[in-house]
Design a protein around this ligand. Structure first.
Ligand SMILES: [Zn+2]
Length: 338
């Protein structure tokens, strides 16, 4: 291995046990620092050594593992000896040799990321989402709509009379909220998304033909819309968007450049989050339905229909996330109806 820097330097060796020092000579050979002048010559892997950046005219301190130190007169900068052993590289070596520490630090990282994600991030996302101007959120949802259009997002084929009837039934729930004008409802035909409805940042709600065609009962559609209104009211779409983009950053910072790992914890945590948001939206829907004089059974019925018709896989459904969760949700809505 080619090494630049001085061939050898002299310094004072401090064992760390007494204040006495021993004059030594140092040189780099291969991956080791060779220390001569002690009772026996010593070879220490360069990767295990911590060396201070040189300051002009000041002695440079070389810290050996175990607490010994060598003070080198500052006239020869020995940093180049260590150049191939950057801090990160040394960290990796250090971790490799001490895998229990590595496992522990990974666990600490995981817990930290989890805590940030579970507590700090949602709180931050909520604050950011509530303070973000409506025009920004609208801009974001506009971009998403453009994208959806390219994916196959067409004019609704549901007849206008039925659309009108659904709107009329849904309108009082919106009118009940502060700043009702921010909430808008669109009917779209988008077969690739299956029987779906969703809320987008900025209060925009979209319901797809496939969902409406699943039932003749308008109240069931209104129940789904009430659920989406809950998402919109609690700003779930924007909070999710902020959280998922921020999580990548936190993970990257927390675990250095292990970018491949970053997406793994995301999946599990994200699903957890969805369930919490879904429960919030369901509660909102149940209350809104009751206020509007519609039985929450309508929500249970449409969930049941989706489950019977489509099973749980492959619906591309944003609000059906797992089987037991859905059964629980049906039960809750049913119970609220009685
Ligand atoms: Zn939902």
């Amino acid at each position: 291995m080619e090494t630049t820097g001085p061939t050898s330097v002299s310094g004072q060796y401090f064992s760390g046990e007494t204040s006495a020092s021993t004059p030594v000579t140092l040189k780099a050979v291969g991956n080791d620092l060779i220390i001569e002048g002690l009772a026996e010559p010593m070879a220490v892997p360069l990767a295990d050594i911590d060396v201070e950046a040189p300051l002009a005219g000041m002695p440079q301190h070389v810290r050996l593992p175990g607490g010994a130190q060598i003070e080198v007169d500052g006239s020869h900068d020995i940093s180049p000896w260590f150049a191939r052993h950057s801090r990160l590289e040394r960290m990796v070596h250090w971790l490799e040799r001490r895998w229990p520490v590595a496992v522990a630090s990974l666990a600490i990282t995981a817990v930290t990321v989890w805590a940030l994600y579970t507590y700090a991030l949602p709180a931050t996302a909520t604050v950011v989402a509530s303070n973000m101007p409506l025009s920004w959120k609208r801009g974001i949802s506009e971009e998403s709509v453009q994208l959806l259009r390219q994916l196959g997002f067409f004019k609704s084929r549901i007849d206008l009379e039925r659309q009108k009837a659904i709107r009329k039934r849904f309108a009082p729930m919106v009118a009940d909220l502060p700043d009702p004008e921010q909430y808008t409802l669109e009917f779209r035909h988008a077969p690739i998304f299956g029987p779906n409805a969703f809320a987008m940042p900025g209060g925009r709600m979209v319901v797809l033909d496939d969902l409406i065609e699943l039932t003749d009962e308008n109240d069931e559609i209104v129940a789904v819309l009430a659920h989406e209104l809950g998402h919109a009211y609690y700003q779930h779409p924007m909070r999710m968007a902020i959280q998922s983009s921020a999580l990548g950053l936190i993970v990257a910072v927390a675990i250095g450049d292990a970018s491949g790992l970053a997406s793994l914890p995301l999946i599990g945590l994200q699903a957890n989050y969805s369930r919490k948001f879904e429960a919030e939206a369901d509660d909102f829907a149940i209350e809104a339905l009751q206020k509007a004089g519609i039985s929450p059974q309508a929500l249970a019925d449409i969930f049941q229909r989706l489950m019977d018709e489509y099973g749980l896989e492959g619906t591309g459904e944003s609000w059906l996330d797992s089987h037991p969760a859905l059964e629980k949700r049906i039960k809750k809505a049913s119970e609220a109806a009685n």
